[in-house]
Design a protein around this ligand. Structure first.
Ligand SMILES: Cc1cc2nc3c(=O)[nH]c(=O)nc-3n(C[C@H](O)[C@H](O)[C@H](O)COP(=O)(O)OP(=O)(O)OC[C@H]3O[C@@H](n4cnc5c(N)ncnc54)[C@H](O)[C@@H]3O)c2cc1C
Length: 385
């Protein structure tokens, strides 16, 4: 009987997994179905550019899966029934049964921890949010205030991009810690210089405690009128895995073993932001396409091994750098140890911006045209899942 492999989510992790699986497994043995909420690949790492008014490339998923041996279903997953091994969808075919499931539904803005954020704030964490933010920013007149919440990678990138694209706006960044506080001193200094150049005003060590219509309340009692607040204070994962009874951690990420298999349901694998892979030191993997894409490739290999009766080697999550863009002509490339901790070496300015652009384009090429990059080794025998 044909084995049914269903991949949920066509982001960096899910699309890589589906493509690699299609190249590793024989179509006569395994039917691969990829489910995604939209028919476009969303380049999330560029959503701050979209929000700032730039035009992104159109990346139709159908073109990318055509002829690859992958059935694409465009529908939103509404539930996973882990006992019946089915997923429910909001559009035809409404239900899909699986023998093996890859859960790769990614993440969105973490907008439910501070009152008023979900109702009043904008986000660049997903395509709809970035599109809404873009439309709103187009209505904000020169001199208007755009506040960005979050001193992490996304907050820094959003603040710099908006400030560069709309120099007439007054961009302010609020963080309860330090901007880029996890980076080396040299990287932090460069970000500060870039923010000075772009006239981004930084408020460190302050927490936003409540958000209203065009207003923020801070933990020091001050309030601030703004024309837009962009919430960039972390990502939150969908609650479908937890609701299905799959083991999840405190943040709702699927708990997986070293081969990215659910610790509660071995026929389910979790990759990308939606699952917490562990580094060799036992730390939770950072939500990033840097981890998601290789994890997607790995999981397809792991499934191919299991289906042919072999035990896959555990994944080795290791890091090389963090690329932070500061508009289109500046950036910081922070080189890291394998465990993601920063070393002293950084590359800044145009060289960093060009490097990041190269990596980002290369990533999309890998996703859309896996041929030259992914080895074609079909698994010969199928012994069941
Ligand atoms: C502005 C910004 C800048 C970033 N910059 C970087 C960077 O420089 N480097 C880096 O490594 N990372 C960066 N990231 C993080 C990176 O984008 C994510 O970590 C990465 O996208 C995760 O990949 P994924 O495949 O797990 O999930 P995603 O890319 O989020 O893909 C998930 C897919 O699942 C689909 N989906 C979700 N729910 C459902 C549902 N219920 N039904 C059907 N489909 C569904 C979505 O439509 C999407 O296609 C950035 C993120 C943002 C927002």
């Amino acid at each position: 009987m044909t084995h049914r492999l269903v991949v949920l989510g066509a982001g960096y992790a899910g699309l890589a997994a589906a493509h690699r699986a299609a190249r590793r497994l024989r179509g006569a043995d395994v039917r691969i179905t990829l489910v995604n909420a939209t028919d476009r690949f969303v380049e999330r790492v560029r959503l701050h550019q979209l929000a700032a008014g730039q035009t992104l490339r159109d990346l139709p998923l159908r073109k990318w899966v055509a002829g690859a041996g992958i059935d694409l279903v465009v529908a939103r997953v509404t539930a996973v029934d882990a006992e019946a091994r089915t997923v429910r969808l909001d559009a035809a075919p409404h239900s899909l049964s699986y023998d093996t499931l890859v859960y790769a539904l990614g993440s969105g803005a973490d907008d439910n921890r501070v009152p008023g954020v979900a109702e009043h704030a904008f986000t660049a964490a997903d395509a709809d949010g970035a599109t809404r933010l873009r439309a709103h920013l187009a209505t904000v007149r020169s001199g208007g205030v755009v506040a960005v919440a979050g001193g992490g990678l996304t907050g820094i990138e959003v603040a710099a991009e908006v400030a560069e694209s709309r120099p007439g706006l007054r961009v302010e960044l609020y963080t309860d810690g330090r901007v880029g506080g996890w980076l080396s001193d040299r990287a932090q200094q460069h970000i500060r210089r870039a923010f000075d150049r772009l006239d981004v005003r930084v408020h460190e060590g302050v927490r936003i405690t409540e958000v209203g219509d065009r207003a923020l309340l801070l933990d020091d009692g001050r309030d601030r009128e703004v024309d837009a607040l962009v919430w960039s204070a972390g990502f939150r994962v969908p609650d479908l895995a937890g609701a299905a009874g799959l083991a999840v951690d405190g943040r709702g990420r699927m708990v997986v073993d070293g081969t990215l298999r659910s610790v509660s349901h071995p026929e389910v694998y979790g990759v990308g932001d939606a699952a917490a892979a562990l580094t060799p030191a036992g730390a939770e993997s950072r939500m990033s396409c840097q981890v998601g894409l290789p994890a997607g490739l790995y999981v397809a290999d792991a499934i191919a091994s299991v289906l042919s009766g072999q035990q896959p080697k555990p994944i080795r999550v290791r890091y090389f750098w963090q690329n932070v863009s500061l508009g289109r002509r500046d950036g910081v490339t922070q080189f890291t140890r394998a465990d993601d901790s920063p070393v002293d070496r950084v590359v800044t300015g145009r060289t960093s911006a060009r490097f990041k652009e190269l990596i980002t384009r290369g990533t999309v090429m890998t996703m859309g045209n896996p041929g030259p990059y992914l080895p074609q080794r079909r698994q010969p025998t199928l012994v069941g899942a």
